[in-house]
Design a protein around this ligand. Structure first.
Ligand code: GUN
Length: 290
């Protein structure tokens, strides 16, 4: 079994981006600028946004974090998005999800100018991705594709089961893997809570991508010998033995599954850093497009 090391892979990507930023700055131009809107005080979201800002620092991007109270109205958030759409100093921005229940996530995503939608969440960018046109690819699926690329994991002709059908991970992941690209050209099945015979289906997967948000859901009996297993799940569970009071648990029971895999990601240092690296790649693209 080989661990897919998202920390070192993302480090490589950040170094590549930092080089480009050095060149930009040495020409006397301003660096790319990413903004992030954070609504409320969910600990995991605060942490993700802080890490995204730290990544920006590391590669030489400018970054702005806009923190808004959980009780803000939908209109206030939409107004802030309109400001960022119009702000010439901002190349791209994200609205960290999930949002408080009183705010319509779809409305928010629709309000983002597709040219600045570096998460690749809005319909125009998802549509372009589906058609294979230049666009911002959704960060998590693209980060996983980058792992396949950098570890030379063959996807062509393989049966890939994507567990989970969310708009930001499962659905775009399935589209990217099935396209006529390298990596890509996989035969993809999307599985979800209503899928029958899930265990057998997962066992038929050469590549199993798990993004269902259920801790340690995938156990060894659901995995084919030699499969590639990618764990997108990251749930905080209380753990009084940790200084923080919690630990992150993935959707895959790593200890039992790891012995059956050819490649596997761990809940930390796997998909998360690759997602953040993709966001940097998209922000650089947004800057270059302007
Ligand atoms: N919440 C979980 N993942 C993501 C992501 O990739 N982008 C945003 N904006 N919110 C998220």
């Amino acid at each position: 079994m080989q661990l897919l090391d998202g920390t070192s892979c993302s480090q490589q990507i950040r170094q590549e981006i930092a080089k480009e930023v050095d060149e930009i700055k040495s020409n006397g131009d301003r660096p790319p600028h990413l903004a992030a809107i954070l609504v409320g005080n969910d600990g995991a979201s605060q942490n993700y946004v802080a890490m995204k800002a730290r990544d920006c620092d590391e590669v030489g991007f400018a970054s702005t974090v806009i923190s808004m109270k959980a009780a803000i109205s939908e209109k206030e958030l939409l107004d802030k998005i309109a400001d960022l759409n119009a702000d010439n100093d901002i190349d791209g921005f994200i609205v960290q999800l999930p949002l408080p229940a009183h705010i319509d996530e779809h409305k928010v995503i629709l309000a983002i100018d597709p040219k600045k939608d570096v998460d690749g969440f809005c319909p125009e960018n998802v549509g372009n991705m589906s058609l294979g046109l230049p666009t911002y690819l959704s960060a998590t699926p693209n980060g996983i594709m980058e792992l396949f690329r950098r570890y030379k994991i063959e996807t062509e002709g393989k049966h890939c089961v994507v567990l989970g059908r969310s708009n930001i991970v499962g659905t775009p992941m399935a589209i990217l893997l099935s396209r006529n690209t390298a990596p890509g050209n996989a035969t993809v099945t999307i599985a979800h809570s209503r899928t029958e015979g899930l265990k057998e289906l997962c066992r038929s997967a050469d590549i199993l991508i798990v993004a269902i948000g259920k801790t340690e859901f995938v156990t060894a009996d659901m995995v084919k010998e030699g499969a590639v297993v990618i764990d997108v799940g990251q749930t905080r569970v209380q753990d009084s033995s940790k200084k923080s009071g919690f630990r992150n648990v993935g959707d895959v029971d790593f200890e039992s599954v790891k012995n059956k895999c050819s490649y596997i990601t761990y809940v930390t240092g796997g998909v998360g850093p690759m997602t953040r690296a993709s966001l940097l790649q998209n922000t650089l693209k947004a800057y270059q497009r302007r």
